[in-house]
Design a protein around this ligand. Structure first.
Ligand code: WTA
Length: 651
């Protein structure tokens, strides 16, 4: 971690206040927000206690709100609760015929289930799991496409108290086997295959391969989706539709301890072995429920679509648990955003009259690159709120989203959070916060996030520092599964007395938080610590640029120099690269100063990204410094990108 503070060079002056029409109908109003802030400051445990009572169903109330033994927290101890009860049973009285999930397959298929149908399916599947020998706290790996059965599987685990670990359906056999072994799973739930850009992904085949290395797995349940040929091993493999057809539709939700493990989810991190992030029951469902209400302003009439895969934390918290706990109608889509063409998302919004749309900056930039004509074809007037998550959103992409997708009438919530935080921590509240493009604005009530230097001292003004959280919160990571030491080392050793997020941030004079990317991506050029994200943001602000990634490489004089990998917009790809390169360097020098001017610009068709869309700057650093890539590339979306980049001419 660098010794000095980060120099922040970008300034953004535009602000957008919530519209009166939105303010009037918002779930969280200003007076209530201020009351919550005050309560969290003056009576921290009372604040959480009130919210837990108002927002969840409890079989038994807790004895203690918080047991804090840094860095280990226990929330609502002595309480009894069930996540699937909160997502299903409690809605049956008023919403049994309300649509819970609208599923859209890649080949235009559509299927919906109501709350009562989902409830019955989850009860049946809970019976199946128990009959196949699953007990409380057993681990189950879910390796499935975006289908309703995947949600059923997750909810059934929570109903019986089993711990799920969802592995993204795009991961390879090797990544799957590692995760199955690390979690010591007894069961895998999968599908025969799934569709991705018209191809069948052979999920069951991958499971068969992985299980050659995973001795602990006893049973496999297979959903039929793509009807490709698969082998079923007798005594181990069961068809979902066969076992569920015989199961009873009654299953009383188990009364589970608040701190019962709920799920583990593996994050790849930038290096080394994936970490199994452990979340537990009550605190997680409390915070995902609350944030869905506050940040997405969810209403009974909404049709809500978060485009994340259930293999990521966003899919857990804001496709499944938060929205279902709020009794919302949720859209899930199986396939690729650009299949059969770049109009897919906008067509889906038009056809389903989607009102709330939550996606990632990487997707937004890809749509910008594809061109506005795809957006213009469709009627997006049903939308009333837009969200983003996953990376800093550069102001140019924010403005494009707000203008072209939101028609300048939808609030944009740029939500900062992590797999480890379980739910959103820093975000605008749509009926309250005036937004600034590129800023995640403020921590939510109850969240004591701050920006500090390496000694834990507050940093004010435009200086960048380390983003930390100074008090525990209910949906925080409990530990890294099976590795308390690594948990302490990763999150609690760096800054005394605070959870260290690994991200750089600054607070501007109005107290707005600006995320500056991972601190590992900060580089030192001629004595200044620069956040590469700000240089990227400036490049993307140029009309020719769709996407950019900036990394440092060793330089004899400057110490480190900047190399920018640039993806051009469709209408600029044929421009003279040499001239454009000079123009871009000048553009950055003018926008943020000569110190940030890239020394090298490499044009490329695409950037190496993880499957969840994060740019893998570590690999680009190797390329920029002429090294062969070392380290883990199993999370890379398209391995061909690296080869192309290596052979690229410098401009
Ligand atoms: C980054 C995704 C800036 C950040 C929910 C964080 C963001 C990491 C934002 C976690 C945002 C996520 N602005 N950066 N709005 N949201 N990040 O675990 O670096 O996949 O630490 O969780 O993504 O990624 P993860």
């Amino acid at each position: 971690m660098p010794e000095e503070n980060i120099t922040s060079v970008l300034t953004e002056k535009r602000t957008f206040s919530p519209l009166d029409s939105f303010i009037k109908q918002a779930n969280l109003k200003k007076e209530e927000y201020e009351r919550l802030l005050l309560k969290a400051n003056t009576n921290f445990e009372g604040f959480w206690s009130d919210l837990a009572l108002e927002n969840l169903h409890w079989f038994k109330k807790w004895d203690k709100v918080l047991e804090w033994n840094e860095p280990f927290s226990k929330w609502f101890t002595g309480g009894k609760v069930n996540v699937s009860y909160n997502c299903l049973d409690r809605h049956l009285e008023k919403k049994s015929n309300k649509t819970a999930i609208i599923w859209i397959g890649e080949n235009e298929e559509k299927r919906s289930v109501t709350y009562s149908e989902l409830y019955e399916e989850v009860c049946k599947f809970s019976n199946v799991l128990v009959q196949l020998g699953i007990k409380e706290k057993d681990r189950i790996v879910i390796y499935m496409p975006m289908v309703i059965e995947a949600v059923v599987a997750m909810l059934a685990c929570t109903r019986i108290g089993a711990v799920h670990s969802v592995v993204f359906g795009g991961f390879s056999t090797e990544a799957l086997a590692d995760r199955i072994n690390d979690s010591k799973a007894r069961m895998v739930i999968t599908a025969d295959g799934s569709y991705r850009r018209g191809q069948i992904v052979p999920l069951k085949l991958n499971v068969d391969e992985a299980l050659k290395k995973c001795a602990a797995v006893e049973k496999v349940i297979v959903t039929q989706r793509s009807k490709n040929n698969i082998e079923m091993k007798s005594g181990r493999d069961y068809w979902y539709h066969e076992v569920i057809s015989k199961a009873s539709g009654d299953f009383k939700a188990k009364e589970l301890d608040s701190e019962q493990p709920l799920f583990t989810l593996y994050t790849s991190g930038t290096t080394g072995k994936p970490k199994g992030i452990l979340h537990t029951t009550a605190g997680y469902i409390l915070w995902t429920t609350l944030t869905t209400k506050w940040v997405f302003d969810i209403k009974d009439s909404d049709v809500y679509w978060c485009t994340a895969d259930i293999g990521w934390i966003t899919g857990h918290s804001y496709v499944v648990y938060g929205p279902l706990s709020c009794g919302a109608t949720v859209v899930i889509y199986e396939g690729a955003p650009n299949y059969p063409d770049w109009g897919r998302f906008w067509k889906t919004i038009q056809e389903n009259k989607i009102t709330i749309f939550y996606t990632a900056p990487t997707a937004i930039r890809a749509f910008m690159k594809a061109g506005l004509e795809w957006v213009k074809k469709y009627n997006l007037s049903s939308l009333r709120l837009l969200g983003t998550v996953g990376e800093p959103i550069n102001p140019a992409a924010w403005m494009w989203y707000q203008k072209n997708i939101g028609n300048e009438k939808c609030p944009v919530v740029d939500t900062w959070w992590q797999t480890e935080t379980g739910g959103i921590l820093i975000t605008p509240i749509p009926g309250i916060t005036s937004t600034k493009p590129g800023s995640a604005t403020f921590p939510l009530p109850g969240i004591f996030a701050d920006v500090v230097d390496q000694n834990g001292k507050n940093i004010h003004g435009d200086q960048g520092g380390y983003l930390v959280v100074k008090k525990p919160w209910p949906s925080m990571i409990r530990t890294i599964y099976g590795d308390d030491e690594r948990y302490k080392e990763t999150y609690w050793k760096r800054i005394k007395g605070a959870y260290f997020t690994g991200d750089g941030a600054k607070k501007d004079k109005d107290g707005y938080f600006w995320l500056l990317g991972r601190v590992d991506d900060v580089i030192k050029v001629s004595g200044h610590l620069l956040s590469t994200m700000e240089v990227e943001s400036s490049l993307v602000n140029h009309t020719a640029v769709a996407e950019a990634a900036v990394v440092g490489y060793p330089h004899e004089i400057k110490g480190e120099a900047l190399c920018a990998f640039v993806v051009l917009k469709q209408d600029s790809v044929n421009k003279d690269h040499h001239l454009l390169s000079e123009e871009l360097k000048k553009h950055v020098a003018k926008e943020i100063g000569p110190v940030a001017k890239p020394d090298q610009i490499k044009f490329t068709e695409s950037l190496p990204k993880t499957r969840s869309g994060k740019i893998m700057r570590r690999l680009l650093r190797d390329i920029a410094s002429g090294k062969q890539t070392v380290g883990d590339t199993t999370t890379l979306e398209d391995a061909g990108v690296l080869e192309k980049l290596r052979t690229q001419e410098e401009e």
